[in-house]
Write a protein that binds this ligand. Sequence first.
Ligand SMILES: [Zn+2]
Length: 402
Amino acid sequence: MKKKKKNLFFPLIIIILFIFIFYFINFKRKYELKIFINKINNYINVEEFYIYGTHLNIKINNKLEKPILILKSSYNEIKYELVLDNDNYILSSKLNEGIDLEKLDNDRYYIIIKDNDKYYNLVNNTNYNNLTYYSISDKKIDLNFNENMILNIEDYKTPSDIYDIVIDAGHGGIDSGATSFGYNESTLTLEYSKSIKKYLEKLGYKVKLTREDDTYLKPYGTNSRTSIPYEVKAKYLFSIHFNSSESYISNNGFEIYIPNNINYDLANSLVNKIKSIGINTSTNTSFKVNDGIYLRNLSKTDINNMKNEAIKNGYEMYNADTSTPYLYMIRETGGFMTKAYIDGRNTKYDKNNYYNSNIGSESYLLELGYINNKNDINFIINNKDNYSKVIAYGIDEYIKNT
Ligand SMILES: [Zn+2]
């Protein structure tokens, strides 16, 4: 008996037809978008653009009324209000705000400006060109200036040499840091850094340590403490330290040092998590801006000392002011956004090859308690596992909630 064959002809035709319609609509929408963009014949200069941590910020120069920045693709339109920043408009005056690159859907977006009913294309007026960002969420984000400013986002397995977070174990080798009650700061920072790394990895992050053993790391130059975060394109950097105070002050508690000009969301997340396990925020009042949060910029005295050193050694004074971060790990890992200045003019140090970069890590320095305070050191020694765990959870909570 002959087997009856099913007729596949009609279902196949219908499937092909649907695919055709789908491609046709897609093509039509892309074409219409291109026509729309090409019709825009007003232009505005981009004076600055950078990625700090996970956020893209764009600064434009025109005197507009109420400009809105639009990411426009064939199916999406995302709007951002711009804010005044002296004579310019910027997405946010805070470094860690702007366009959250971790939250955008895959697409090809034109970046344009709308003011009242007028549209503007963006022209690159900076010394910087295209940028590539590998997100925590396994996406590759390319920012291109060709005829237009374009943001292209696609799924992409993060390359093995790219990391999400760098944990810096402070000090090491000949530099033992603070010592008290028989403990070395450099040993404790390494133990804590390894433990924080372990918990962050459990939460799914790719984590790189600046050092894996008791070795000395030079501050600048290739394979240095400040170059590693750039080399691995880290979104976040946490430098781990333990404090020590003069015996007549006897401070205690933990301090989180932040860069200048950021929102405190991540720092607050860390403060709340750490407090919950029973160590208090620091009693130190110098440079304190919030409970447990510290901001130290260069003082006028620091700047004068720098000037004197420049004169003595015959180089031109650095471009630094009282909004420049004091801590080099915070300042030199954030590119021009955090006013990194180690550019090789002082031959005492290797050059920070990335001092002028427009892509940098969102960096924090954590002083996890006073090594010369009896209560603090007991807590540090007896709660290593729990302490590092809540730090990892605090970081994770911020990243997931932004
Ligand atoms: Zn230290």
